[in-house]
Design a protein around this ligand. Structure first.
Ligand code: AMP
Ligand code: MG
Length: 401
């Protein structure tokens, strides 16, 4: 496979199929945001736990009020957390508040706007409907209901639901440990002295952040020179992590040492080149048990490849399917020429024209231009050999934020 240009979807499938989910661990809800649920979550309580009032007003028996106005005796009060524990009799009402248990015998809530309070009594001014404003026990969910299925990445709504289900701890995928290593004689870390011919590393910090934002634990391995021995030493040191991501040195220049160095130690490449732009050189394979993803050095290429391949790889490691990034459709803001044989990913701004999303590609698309990447809202995806497209034509875009 190495040598030929692989389609993007095929490359992603090869990576995802090669990776197995990491083991699960049990954590508290406070730590669960963004983690991937690995066991179905079953409700431990009813919600609501009993019939409760949805409004402030009076709990009554509907049959007591065949016509209005009707005056009832107020025999007690039920507030949230303070139920009235007796049974409502004929001609009686209980003052009730939102969230309070509906007393036995009552079958309807009359909202306070439809009643006038008297001295120990209440006059109902509107004919009530049976069952109105009562949230019945278990109407939202019942004890034993399976409400969240694994695998699923937990969001804030899920955390709230799990809490309401009375589940304080959940089984989630352990955070996959992903080593991030920048390669290149010219690379220095931000804040270090910048020598002659050197440039500051964007990839290390950016990729570590990418890993963290996709549920992984980034192991920052810093920078290694274009030196096969040094590279292999590091790969050897991290042989037990879940994935090693490198940047730079995967092209075919004299100083692109990554593939050669790894191969000399037994690395088996699954593929080495992808039919895409930015980022044609992309290496994936295994050094013994260690999966390695070799990203191109140009920082936009590295990050676009992270979006297309590292994101799905991290998802897979956490037990998710590892699908392609979500796309939405938009109208083109400016015309585009025909595409060549590589899938193109164009940085673009997203605006709205009467509610319709419009993606306007930036005129400059050089793969080292990070500032316009940060300004971009979407990547326009153009399939290989896509014909000329006029402004207004429909295109697929990957939202970046
Ligand atoms: P390479 O893939 O090693 O040939 O690198 C391609 C281009 O990306 C070169 O201009 C490198 O200087 C640049 N580059 C490589 N690594 C990084 C990095 N970590 N941060 C920013 N730019 C990089
Ligand atoms: Mg290099």
């Amino acid at each position: 496979m190495a040598g030929s240009l692989l389609p993007v979807a095929e490359a992603r499938r090869l990576i995802v199929d090669d990776l197995a989910p990491v083991p699960a661990e049990t954590i508290t809800l406070a730590d669960a945001l963004g983690r991937v649920l690995r066991a179905d979550a079953t409700a431990q309580v009813f919600h609501p736990p009993a019939d409760v009032s949805a409004m402030d007003g009076y709990a009554v028996r509907c049959d007591d009020i065949p016509q209005v106005p009707r005056t009832l005796r107020v025999v007690g009060e039920s507030a949230a957390g303070h139920p009235w524990r007796k049974t409502l009799g004929a001609g009686e009402a209980v003052r009730i508040f939102t969230g309070a248990y509906v007393p036995a015998g009552a079958d309807t809530i009359v909202i306070q706007e439809n009643a006038s309070a008297g001295d120990g009594s209440v006059t109902i001014n509107e004919k009530p409907q049976h069952g109105r404003h009562i949230r019945t026990k278990g109407k939202d969910f019942k004890n034993g209901d399976v409400l969240l299925k694994a695998p699923r990445r937990l969001n804030a709504r899920d955390i709230g639901l799990l809490a309401a289900m009375n589940i304080p701890r959940v089984s989630v995928a352990r955070r996959p440990v992903v080593g991030v290593l920048s390669t290149g004689d010219e690379i220095v870390l931000p804040g270090e002295p910048i020598g002659d011919g050197q440039i500051v590393s964007a990839n290390g910090p950016g990729l570590c952040a990418f890993v963290a934002s996709h549920g992984g634990e980034a192991l920052n391995l810093g920078v290694v020179k274009d030196d096969p021995k040094a590279l292999l030493r590091i790969a050897e040191q991290v042989r037990h992590i879940d994935l090693l991501v490198t940047s730079g040195g995967v092209s075919v220049g004299d100083h692109d040492v990554v593939k050669g160095a790894l191969s000399s130690a037994g690395f088996k490449a699954t593929f080495h080149k992808i039919a895409m732009r930015p980022g044609k050189p992309l290496l994936y394979g295994r050094l013994h048990d260690l999966p390695i993803l070799g990203l191109p050095g140009n920082p936009v290429s590295a990050m676009v490849c992270a979006i297309l391949f590292l994101g799905p790889a991290l998802a897979r490691l956490q037990g998710l399917p590892g699908a392609a990034p979500t796309t939405i459709s938009a109208r083109l803001g400016t015309a585009l020429g025909a595409n060549d044989s590589r899938t193109d990913h164009l940085r673009a701004a997203l605006s709205h024209d009467g509610g319709v999303p419009v993606a306007t590609p930036f005129p400059l698309q050089d793969s080292n231009m990070l500032a316009n990447f940060a300004r971009a809202d979407v990547l326009i995806v153009r399939e290989p050999f896509a014909p000329t497209a006029d402004a207004g034509a429909s295109v697929s875009v990957i939202p970046l934020n």
